[in-house]
Design a protein around this ligand. Structure first.
Ligand SMILES: Cc1cc2nc3c(=O)[nH]c(=O)nc-3n(C[C@H](O)[C@H](O)[C@H](O)COP(=O)(O)O)c2cc1C
Length: 214
């Protein structure tokens, strides 16, 4: 009888201990999770990546394509404001006035913009992106989108580790999906939302825009 009571007592102790262990596990999970989440939102102390403005972490480059000079003017101002290098995307076959005639349904640009797979050649020397952490990438809006030569550029490089900032000029249209198209075609880089800029934008206005890019 004494043996039976001892055995029963041992079983009860064992069951209570196991239940207590289970309770501890639950308590630990709920305590640890919030700490982990909070830690994920903190800036990385070794790199400071979460705290630093996107444009102040390394060399900056302004890449642009401009058929009639408007985007070029804006690109030069951005380069002044950010102390950046400039790179012009020049078409292997330059665009003539006839090519740029959007009233002509058979002009070169109309045909190119109607075919998302066209990739006009680039004449400019191949870039080395070593050391660049920020690239402003500018172009005119053609038929609501980026000129196809911008897709040629986007597909020609790896933008890993680089913050890409699209900007455009236009007769009035917004930047639309052009930045997203470039991001998808590039397949690398961290792409921010783009901005349409007026041809007469001042350097002070550009500075305000750039400061807002955190
Ligand atoms: C073929 C072609 C298509 C254009 N399509 C548009 C358009 O869809 N919306 C718009 O607002 N402007 C359009 N424009 C006007 C240009 O976007 C604008 O003039 C731009 O600032 C030119 O820049 P660039 O001088 O750097 O080439 C078009 C111009 C051309 C040549």
């Amino acid at each position: 009888m004494k043996t039976k009571i001892t055995a029963l007592f041992t079983i009860v102790i064992l069951v209570l201990s196991l239940a207590a262990c289970g309770g501890n596990t639950d308590t630990q999970t709920t305590q640890v999770q919030p700490e982990t989440s909070a830690a994920q939102n903190q800036p990385d102390e070794t790199t400071g990546t979460a705290a630093e403005p996107v444009t102040n972490t390394g060399k900056t480059l302004v890449v642009y394509f401009s058929a009639t000079g408007t985007t070029k003017g804006v690109a030069e101002k951005i380069a002044n404001v950010t102390n950046a290098d400039l790179y012009e995307i020049k078409a292997a076959q330059a665009y003539t006035d006839a090519d740029l005639n959007w009233h002509d349904s058979s002009s070169r640009t109309t045909k190119e913009q109607n075919d998302k797979s066209v990739r006009p050649g680039i004449a400019s020397e191949k870039l080395s992106l070593d050391g660049y952490t920020t690239i402003f990438i500018g172009y005119p809006i053609w038929w609501g989108e980026e000129p196809r030569i911008m897709d040629t550029f986007a597909e020609s490089y790896s933008f890993d580790g680089i913050t890409m900032i699209p900007f455009c000029t236009s007769g009035g249209s917004g930047i639309g999906r052009s930045g997203k198209n470039l991001e998808e075609n590039a397949g690398s880089g961290t792409w921010l939302d783009g901005e349409r800029l007026n041809s007469g934008v001042s350097e002070a206005e550009l500075q305000t825009w750039i400061d807002s890019l955190q």
